[in-house]
Design a protein around this ligand. Structure first.
Ligand code: HPA
Length: 257
């Protein structure tokens, strides 16, 4: 099995027994690993067979530890299709988590806001995705996102008076940002946020029978909605700012698990 050596490495360097939830972080999004007890970390570049991330802002680390009595695994260092990886490589981290026994998977991404009422910083809990320009994913899975985990996210938001809205993610393969016309098309098709990740992972996790949920955090208005030109650096800067609400939501979610 292609995950065997990687799994052996994780088991010898991290605490991978009985993980309650695994969280895969998107561009520039961070979760305070330092708050976890018994923190153990590995660099993804040291894991046999793990695809190398080439994107600024994806630091390539896997951490385990205990937060609020729960065993957590945090993965920072996703790889994208637009970096030249095959879909199989993009979902390698999900295969590895599955092999490690993870049943609950939280994905996060930084995304462009298509819905005019979703400003920068809005936390969108996905309840569907569309992928009209992707040969592989355009069919769309019915209800890929876990009702159970989404319910916990909504309760976590309410407990902390954080605004968590439901929405639909439009998947684009990138690497360039969209055109104004594509964004208008995606809006008409029902997309609320747009980005270049998490759909392959969602589909793979669902195929494997995992519970999967995704928070899409708006880092910029989508292309053509403002006068500015989008750049990856700006997206990173914006998604780094005011992340307290995002961290608080994740922590409250964990405490309700
Ligand atoms: N488009 C595509 N991907 C993105 C965007 C965007 O506007 N923002 C962050 N990731």
């Amino acid at each position: 099995m292609r995950t065997e050596k990687a799994l052996e490495y994780l088991r010898s360097n991290l605490d991978t027994e009985e993980i309650d939830v695994a969280i895969i972080l998107g561009s520039g999004l961070s979760f305070i690993e330092e708050d976890m007890e018994g923190l153990k970390q590995v660099e993804t570049s040291d894991i046999p067979g793990y695809p190398r991330s080439t994107v600024t802002g994806h630091k390539g680390k896997i951490s385990t530890g205990v937060f609020n009595g729960r065993n957590i695994l945090i993965m920072a260092g996703r790889v994208h299709y637009y970096e030249g990886y095959t879909c199989g490589e993009v979902v390698f981290p999900v295969d590895l988590l599955y092999a490690a026994g993870v049943k609950n998977l939280i994905l996060t991404n930084a995304a462009g806001g298509i819905n005019r009422s979703f400003g920068t910083g809005t936390m969108v809990l996905l309840d569907c995705y569309i992928a009209p320009f992707s040969e592989k994913y355009k069919g769309g899975l019915k209800n890929p996102y876990s009702e159970k985990l989404n319910g916990i996210f909504l309760r976590a938001g309410a407990n902390r008076s954080l605004s968590v809205v439901s929405g639909c993610y439009a998947y684009m393969t990138g690497p360039s940002f969209e055109t104004k016309a594509e964004i208008e098309y995606l809006r008409l098709a029902g997309g609320d946020t747009v980005g270049m990740s998490t759909v392959p992972e969602t589909v793979r996790a669902k195929e494997l029978g995992m519970e999967v949920s995704c928070i899409s955090r708006v880092s910029n208005p989508a292309a053509g909605m403002t006068d500015g030109v989008l750049s990856h650096i700006e997206v990173l800067e914006a998604s780094k700012s005011s992340q307290e609400d995002f961290v608080m939501l994740l922590k409250e979610f964990i405490s309700l698990l």
